[in-house]
Design a protein around this ligand. Structure first.
Ligand SMILES: Nc1nc2c(c(=O)[nH]1)N[C@H]1C(S)=C(S)[C@@H](COP(=O)(O)O)O[C@H]1N2
Ligand SMILES: [Mo]
Length: 242
């Protein structure tokens, strides 16, 4: 299996990541076939054709424009956090009445949800209908007692990675603090032990190696949002770049 190639094993430097993104943008702009993109090796023409014939309950096409379907999740890199459940802590903080600090066991003791979700990476691939298990962000919001002035959620991850989502969207039923994919614990590359899952947005909003969920009043554009990517990131509107 081919992996995204970085110049060292500990992960890409920021400069390398931005360069690789820029190459993608050039490809996309030139209308080059998506197979030219790095990491499309699980690309499935059959699954793509099938998805193109489907619509969501609200009438939108199942597959957002410019996307092709993968048969399995492809690790996209990033600076990994500590994958050990024993070391895991999740802080739920910011504009809340009762800040929480949850261990992995605490998280598992909360009501769990398993749902099928489609995810869409800005580099042009989608993974459809995978089963994710975790705790809804809405549940954490309720337990922490989010203050009425909160308007946005900042997903915080290892090494300072963040992703911002409006509170209304971050508290939809399908937004999870997720720890299982297809019934299995998350792999290290896919964010172990816990990641955010925000299916309604490009996948960079789904922060791997999650460490915190922070409620804020004023929007705080995150890692990619401050590096040329769209703040809102709706795949159906192709809100890819800023
Ligand atoms: N902490 C962290 N989370 C992250 C990233 C990252 O670099 N660091 N990359 C994002 C991007 S751009 C994508 S497409 C998805 C990829 O998730 P995967 O590697 O599990 O496929 O994670 C998102 N979450
Ligand atoms: Mo991505």
């Amino acid at each position: 299996m081919q992996r995204v190639k970085y110049s060292n094993s500990s992960g890409p430097s920021e400069r390398e990541r931005l360069q690789s993104r820029r190459r993608f943008i050039q490809f996309a702009g030139a209308g080059t076939a998506v197979v030219a993109l790095g990491g499309m090796h699980y690309l499935s023409e059959d699954l793509t054709r099938k998805a193109l014939a489907e619509t969501l309950p609200d009438g939108r096409p199942r597959l957002p424009p410019g996307q092709r379907v993968l048969s399995q999740l492809k690790p996209m890199g990033g600076e990994e956090g500590n994958p050990s459940p024993g070391a895991f802590r999740l802080t739920v903080h910011g504009l809340v009445e009762h800040p929480l600090e949850l261990t992995f066991a605490d998280l598992l003791a909360l009501p769990q949800v398993t749902l099928a979700a489609d995810v869409h990476c800005v580099t042009g691939w989608s993974l459809l209908g995978a089963k994710w298990t975790g705790v809804p962000v809405a549940e954490l919001a309720r337990r922490a007692g989010v203050k009425p002035e909160a308007r946005h959620v900042v997903f915080e991850a290892a090494h300072g990675y963040t992703a911002n989502v409006p509170l209304r969207d971050a508290t939809k039923d399908d937004v999870l603090v997720a720890h299982r994919l297809e019934g299995q614990p998350l792999s290290r590359a896919n964010g172990a032990p816990v990641r955010g899952l925000v299916p309604s947005r490009y996948f960079w909003k789904s922060a791997k190696w999650l460490t915190g969920v922070r409620f804020v009043q004023k929007d705080e554009p995150g890692y990619w949002e401050t590096r040329g990517y769209n703040n809102h990131a709706d795949p159906w509107r192709e809100e890819r770049y800023g």
